[in-house]
Ligand binder design. Structure first.
Ligand SMILES: Nc1nc2c(c(=O)[nH]1)N[C@H]1C(S)=C(S)[C@@H](COP(=O)(O)O)O[C@H]1N2
Ligand SMILES: [Mo]
Length: 220
């Protein structure tokens, strides 16, 4: 991509285009729907391939250098290396992807760790109600604690039985199927529990703080 020329840096043109879409309210249909009655959210179209979308830095994180922290409002802050992460209960989930740029992809099979199993070790304090995800490329996004621990959410290290590729956020990414895919942080590094909802990278650039695809919470 031309704007990446000099090496790892944010793809400014992409960021500016997405900020403009938010201002224009691109793709909004005005329909309301629910995942119980409708699998494909309003304004979305199905794809079979899997697009790659990010700020362009794509950090290369070796498994020997990889770590995941859990901090903020927890009784026991954690810093797990790869071996410790693999010792947590491992599960598989199948879920759909809904990207705010209007593509959806059904039936992705993920392998990884449930946030609830990670948080059982860190023990969130009672006042912790929000989660901030921070990545190795300095990307951030925010969720409620309830959204983070909802069924189907995973800290995924594999896809279709193979290690998650670097392009798609490996070693480990978040997968939050009930929200637009920008909430699913790639190259996940830190999980920070908080009593306030800190907006992340896209949330401060015109994108919705909550991001429910069935309610078309694209912008806000
Ligand atoms: N760390 C990080 N996570 C990220 C992003 C990013 O730039 N950096 N982009 C987000 C956006 S906007 C989307 S649509 C999805 C894309 O994931 P994919 O490339 O695996 O399809 O990752 C999300 N997670
Ligand atoms: Mo996106």
């Amino acid at each position: 991509m031309a704007e990446e020329g000099g090496g790892p840096r944010v793809r400014d043109k992409l960021v500016r285009a997405k900020e403009r879409w938010a201002r224009e309210g691109r793709l909004l249909t005005g329909e309301a729907a629910s995942p119980a009655t409708r699998r494909l959210p309003p304004g979305q179209r199905l794809v079979k391939d899997w697009p790659e979308l990010d700020l362009g830095e794509r950090p290369a994180v070796d498994l020997k250098d990889w770590y995941l922290t859990v901090g903020g409002l927890v009784e026991r802050p954690l810093r797990l290396d790869w071996a410790a992460f693999q010792r947590l209960p491992q599960v598989e989930t199948v879920s759909d992807i809904h990207c705010v740029t209007a593509w959806s992809r059904y039936d992705n099979r993920w392998g990884g760790v449930r946030p609830a199993d990670l948080l059982a070790l860190a023990r969130p304090r009672p006042e912790a109600r929000f989660v901030r995800l921070r990545s190795f490329d300095a990307y951030t996004t925010n969720l409620t604690l309830e959204q983070f621990t909802a069924p189907g959410v995973l800290l995924a290290h594999s896809w279709e039985g193979r290690s998650l590729s670097r392009e798609h956020g490996g070693p480990v990414r978040a997968v939050v199927p009930r929200l637009y895919f920008w909430k699913s942080a790639k190259w996940l590094r830190d999980v920070v529990l908080a009593d306030r909802n800190h907006p992340g990278f896209w949330e401060v650039r015109g994108y919705h703080n909550n991001g429910d695809p069935w309610r078309e919470e694209r912008y806000g």
